[in-house]
Design a protein around this ligand. Structure first.
Ligand SMILES: Nc1nc(O)c(N)c(N[C@@H]2O[C@H](COP(=O)(O)O)[C@@H](O)[C@H]2O)n1
Length: 149
């Protein structure tokens, strides 16, 4: 079976979205959502002030828009590190919040798919051919959490 998720407002799996309001501490800083964390990491080595603005963005959608703004220099190794950055943020989110950790562990061995129509990397895209890296990372995080509980 496959579980599809996308909107952070859709129960019970909206918590799988990076836009869900589940904050956490990482690298000594507070992140309001995993989207804030992920987007800010694009600039930590190239434009710290911009990364800090992203960290303090009002909403995850604002953080996403700011992170996609190419008038600020993207760190050169971004393509190499982005999956690890995503995994770190998502893992920390689910370690921090036991209620959503239970929801993730409760999915057993089901496939998890971000049903994002415009995203063929993190999601499955409009036609389902996308890489679904966020879903794959959630499954990896589920494995890590399972091995520690
Ligand atoms: N809600 C939502 N809208 C979109 O347009 C999306 N592309 C996604 N996917 C999420 O986007 C984040 C990464 O985007 P970039 O690599 O910065 O383009 C990540 O949180 C995906 O899950 N979601």
């Amino acid at each position: 079976m496959t579980i599809y998720f996308y909107s952070d407002r859709e129960e019970p799996y909206g918590c799988f979205s990076n836009f869900s309001r589940h904050g956490f501490m990482l690298d000594g800083l507070w992140w309001a959502t995993s989207e804030h964390y992920f987007q800010a990491q694009k600039f930590v080595t190239t434009d710290r002030a911009w990364a800090e603005k992203i960290q303090n963005a009002k909403a995850p959608k604002d953080a996403a828009n700011m992170g996609r703004d190419r008038s600020h220099p993207l760190r050169q190794d971004w393509e190499q590190v982005k999956d690890d950055v995503m995994r770190l943020g998502v893992l920390q989110k689910f370690k921090t919040h036991t209620d959503i950790q239970e929801i993730l562990l409760g999915t057993g061995n089901q496939h998890l798919v971000e049903n994002a129509p415009n995203d063929y990397y993190w999601g499955c895209g409009q036609d389902g051919s996308g890489k679904n890296m966020l879903g794959i990372i959630l499954v990896e995080v589920r494995e890590i959490l399972r091995s520690h509980t």
